[in-house]
Design a protein around this ligand. Sequence first.
Ligand code: UTP
Length: 414
Amino acid sequence: MYNKLQKVSDILEKYNQKHLIQFYDELDDNQKEALLNQILSINFQEIFDLYDASMLPENFSLNDLSPLEHIEKSNFPEEEIRFYSNIGENLIKQNSFAVVTMAGGQGTRLGYKGPKGTYKLDLKPEKKSLFQIMCEDIKMANSMYDVTIPWYIMTSTENDEQTKRFFEENNYWGYPKKAIKFFTQGKLPIITVDKKLILQELYLVKEASNGNGNVFESMKKHEILDELESKNIKWVSFGGIDNVLLKNVDTFFLGLAINNNYCIASKSIFKEKPLEKTAVYCRKYGKPSILDYDDINIGLSVKRDSNGNYLYREANMLSHLMNIDAIKKVSDVNLRYHRAYKKNSFINEEGMKQVPDDPNTFKFENFIFDAFSYFDDMLLLRVNANEEFAPIKDFTGIYNPDTAKEKYEKFYTT
Ligand code: UTP
């Protein structure tokens, strides 16, 4: 143990992180061992490199951007909707479709204790958790198409256990248990603005999930990709856990992508307010991409084509389709990391847990949409936000539980 301690101490000295073993002497033997092992498993250089790189502005000019063409669901006549839906339906009936739910986020803005998917929306006649809502959505498709869609749920090391327990306690809401598989995503240490890693407990360095874009690497690592292939799955839908109107199984969207020979597809909603803090689709260096709201200026936001259509107003709503070849391709690439500024509690110098009121730490995250730039083209389908977009992000902003509930109830009662 002593040698290990010395080794850890040298590493921490080198990276100026000695505070991580400040309470070492107060720990019991198991905790000491756990802390030393955890520190030895951390790649400090990687974190500081990510930190430094994230301080540099992304180097592109407006000339590198062009719009990504989109089509609008509302422009399709009924018979075309039926035509494409049939194509999607056939694929589902052949048992060639799976759903992935990305539920590994920390949900720091909501600040709810427990995985976000366990948060219950106050619906009538009964409260329903986000997981139940998602489950019922997929179950409905199962009964419509007489199949059992394999459902993969990405968790984090922070919320995996609680998530699985929640499913068990709720008897999987009647979903065939064998058709659900959980897999954990990767993690990285959290770091303060002053380049300090933090302690979550006296014996535990705070690490958190490394973004929803880690889904591909994690699917490969946990042999989900192999399983998809062995099950002859051809298309997968990817969505978050917090949009209560998310259509996990959309035959029209699927048929449209298949019939037009796309290998990736996303849904967008129209960004009503030009400077709203949402990322929009674009092309960067000719490839499908997303423009973060920090990079959007008013000029870009109000730019229109000759027909008067806005060019950069298709907002990302985290609803994507990818075929198996596309997933395999991006499971081999290293997506870049973005820096997110988030609220994380920490152990202060007195050894007390402190809960900050405002964001205090950087988290490094892969974003799923960065995978799209590995392709030349993609389908972008604008849908109606009132029908498909009701996320829960926090309690006070526009995406709060009340607005989500209102939209959900309105959609399902009309
Ligand atoms: P958000 O970007 O809204 O993040 O995730 P979040 O972690 O839920 O919440 P905040 O930002 O800390 O408040 C969008 C979707 O991506 C998933 C989330 O679970 C959610 O479904 N996600 C996010 C992951 O699966 N893993 C991550 O590392 C981050």
